[in-house]
Design a protein around this ligand. Structure first.
Ligand SMILES: NC(=O)c1ccc[n+]([C@@H]2O[C@H](COP(=O)([O-])OP(=O)(O)OC[C@H]3O[C@@H](n4cnc5c(N)ncnc54)[C@H](OP(=O)(O)O)[C@@H]3O)[C@@H](O)[C@H]2O)c1
Length: 255
């Protein structure tokens, strides 16, 4: 995608990876709209970045998604990029009875919500001269983390959906990209992890890869790269990386 001149909707743009992508694209001259549930968080990002817009969105609520899509199209008719970044992770133990509400919230937020949002806007995107849909999955889509079984499964489902949608849109003006973070220093995991890659370093590589039209963008250490490469053949492998973000090899083209 072009890295400037777009109108970009970023879900989860109030914090972490989403905020860093939003601020980078804003600084490059794109019109950026951030979305999420916490109004005060969104407002403070917009206050720090004059010209940005925000919209309330709860991906676990189909009515909220429908409303947000209507408002965004009315307010920003040139919308041509959607970055499905928002997500939530809960630890679980699939060797025990799982909490249905926690399960449902992850399936809705990480899978059904982004699919519904994109589906509601796909007609609009196809009417634009050029459009891009970005989905934020995870390296856990390819090799699950056993103590985040539902989270890993939602990301695997989204990874699968991305490939189908990309195939269906191949001959159109809409390109479909996937960003698969490994371990990035955000609030997602709860406690800070010293092995995590700094958000700004991760987002710098992601933006570079999106500008270079890379379909599957990941930034990993060599150990996790090998496992990611092997995982379609050995799908049950657990990710074990040394977490040294300085050894990253950057964006990996789609296989
Ligand atoms: N950090 C990592 O190591 C890592 C690794 C692999 C994949 N990822 C993925 O990267 C993406 C960004 O996560 P992050 O690491 O930047 O974590 P984060 O800082 O916790 O950001 C998550 C964002 O999602 C939004 N969100 C959560 N539930 C939502 C809902 N129901 N409706 C709308 N927005 C919702 C949150 O905003 P509100 O709370 O205001 O709604 C928040 O801004 C996620 O998809 C995550 O799964 C992250």
């Amino acid at each position: 995608m072009d890295l400037n001149g777009n109108t970009v909707l970023i879900t989860g743009g109030g914090s972490g990876i989403g905020r860093a992508i939003a601020e980078d694209l804003h600084a490059r001259g794109n019109k950026v709209i951030i979305a999420g549930r916490r109004q005060h968080v969104l407002r403070s990002v917009v206050d720090a970045n004059p010209g940005m817009d925000w919209i309330e969105l709860d991906l676990s609520d189909p009515l909220s998604i429908a409303d947000a899509c209507t408002v965004v199209k009315l307010r920003h008719p040139t919308l041509n990029v959607i970055i499905n970044n928002a997500g939530m992770m809960a630890h679980d133990d699939s060797g025990q009875c799982l909490d249905f509400q926690v399960m449902l919230q992850q399936v809705e937020t990480n899978f059904l919500g982004p699919v519904q949002l994109t589906s509601a806007l796909i007609g609009h995107l196809r009417d634009q001269p050029r459009a891009t849909i970005v989905y934020c999955t995870s390296t856990l889509a390819l090799a699950p983390l056993p103590f985040a079984a539902i989270y890993s499964a939602t990301k695997a489902a989204l990874h699968s959906y991305v490939q189908s949608q990309r195939a269906m849109l191949r001959q159109t003006n809409v390109t479909v990209r996937e960003v698969a973070p490994n371990l990035v220093a955000t609030a997602l995991q709860g406690a800070p992890d010293p092995r995590a890659m700094p958000v700004d370093a991760f987002v710098e590589r992601v933006i570079e890869a999106l500008g270079a039209e890379v379909e599957y963008v990941t930034v990993e250490d060599p150990a996790t790269s090998l496992i990611t490469w092997l995982s379609p053949r050995i799908p049950r492998l657990h990710l074990v990386g040394d977490g040294d973000w300085r050894s990253i090899h950057g964006a990996v083209p789609a296989r």
